[in-house]
Ligand binder design. Structure first.
Ligand SMILES: Nc1nc2c(ncn2[C@@H]2O[C@H](COP(=O)(O)OP(=O)(O)OP(=O)(O)O)[C@@H](O)[C@H]2O)c(=O)[nH]1
Length: 345
């Protein structure tokens, strides 16, 4: 079978994942397939490390180990109906392909046995007619085997194309699940996930991680005076300013209504405070106008809370401190930056 024309990675991953699952005694369920596909694709280092660690203890995985990995890395998606539907589709596809592979293998076995049996019948004493009959049967069997092989290749090609489409849709819905629809920024879920990860990393590396919590000042007045649509326009302008103010490695998220949060990697507290103050000035200097009437909305300002992660304090304490710093800025009269108090460890 020539797979060289199959469209790239998905085919490769499918070919790698199935034998590995067999080797490690992993039941061929869609959930397990999702885990092993992710593993062989090399896209999820954490998942691969987890599998490697389990396999070091025992090369055959138990059912509960398999479920455990799936739950850890994929279960979040269960919340999304669309993703559930895609999984069901993948399950159907996988079931169909596996049963097709099995039936082709069974047919090939039968075919091989028949061919072996035909070969044993060939001997010197056969009449030309008998030789002719056996040769005809061998030819029939060979044609059948070739046609089975072609059908299998064709079905696998279709399956690979379907898996690719599903994967694209899955990637898209994963992205959407972590994006705020109004501003296009990362949402709170994305922020929470990343801040948890980078603080855990910082526990080991000691590298600087800072967060900024920022909140629009007296934003209710904008909404009350100009309406929610204009308020939304302000949120978009502010989002763009925040996004343009940080480096590609940093994450800007819309944390809630008019509250934003930023993760700054490899950034000292001093530099985080300077950055926050620059953003503050940039926003305060803008003169946003209503799109429809060109009426000025007056000065829009933001308050900021800045915190640097202290290794081992934990993500909750870190976020609480940043939140407290933001609250301090509000109490000081708004449109300013405050540094978080040290953690209580
Ligand atoms: N237009 C719009 N407004 C929003 C959105 N989410 C939250 N808000 C508004 O943001 C305002 C927040 O009001 P408050 O919590 O009282 O805070 P504030 O008026 O900004 O005052 P301080 O935070 O104390 O400076 C409310 O009017 C919310 O309706 C949104 O998606 N769009």
């Amino acid at each position: 079978m020539d797979y060289s024309e199959l469209s790239d990675k998905a085919a490769e991953n499918m070919r790698l994942a199935l034998p590995l699952m067999k080797k490690h005694g992993v039941p061929m369920t869609p959930d397990n397939y999702a885990v092993w596909y992710e593993h062989v694709s090399g896209a999820n280092a954490e998942l691969s490390e987890k599998l490697q660690a389990m396999l070091t203890d025992n090369p055959i995985l138990t059912e509960s180990q398999c479920t455990g990995v799936y739950e850890q890395f994929f279960n979040v998606e269960k919340e999304l109906v669309q993703v559930v539907e895609m999984r069901q589709e993948l399950a159907r596809l996988l079931k169909e392909v596996i049963s097709f592979v099995y039936s082709t293998v069974a047919q090939t076995d039968r075919s091989n046995n028949h061919l072996a049996e035909l070969l044993t019948r060939i001997n010197r004493d056969m009449s030309p007619q008998e030789v002719h009959e056996v040769v005809e049967q061998i030819l029939d069997e060979t044609r059948q085997a070739m046609s089975n092989g072609e059908q299998l290749t064709e079905r696998l090609n279709t399956a690979v194309a379907e898996v690719q489409t599903l994967k694209k849709e899955l990637d898209q819905s994963k992205r959407e699940a972590k994006t705020d629809t109004l501003t296009g920024l990362a949402n709170r879920k994305a922020f929470d996930e990343l801040v948890t990860k980078v603080t855990q990393d910082a526990d080991n590396s000691g590298l600087d991680v800072c967060i900024l919590f920022c909140d629009l000042d007296i934003f209710k007045e904008v909404n009350d005076k100009h309406g929610h649509l204009v308020g939304d326009q302000v949120l978009k302008v502010v989002s763009n300013t925040l996004k343009d103010s940080v480096k590609g490695r940093d994450l800007v998220a819309r944390y809630g209504g008019e509250e934003f949060s930023i993760i700054l990697l490899n950034t000292s507290l001093q530099n985080a405070k300077i950055l926050a103050d620059n953003i503050r000035k940039e926003i305060a200097s803008k003169r946003i106008q209503r799109k429809d009437t060109r009426e000025s909305l007056g000065q829009i300002t933001m308050s900021f809370g800045v915190a640097r992660y202290v290794p081992t304090e934990g993500v909750e304490s870190f976020m609480q401190r940043a939140d407290r710093a933001l609250y301090m800025s509000k109490r000081k009269g708004r449109n300013c930056v405050s540094e978080a108090p040290p953690p209580i460890i």
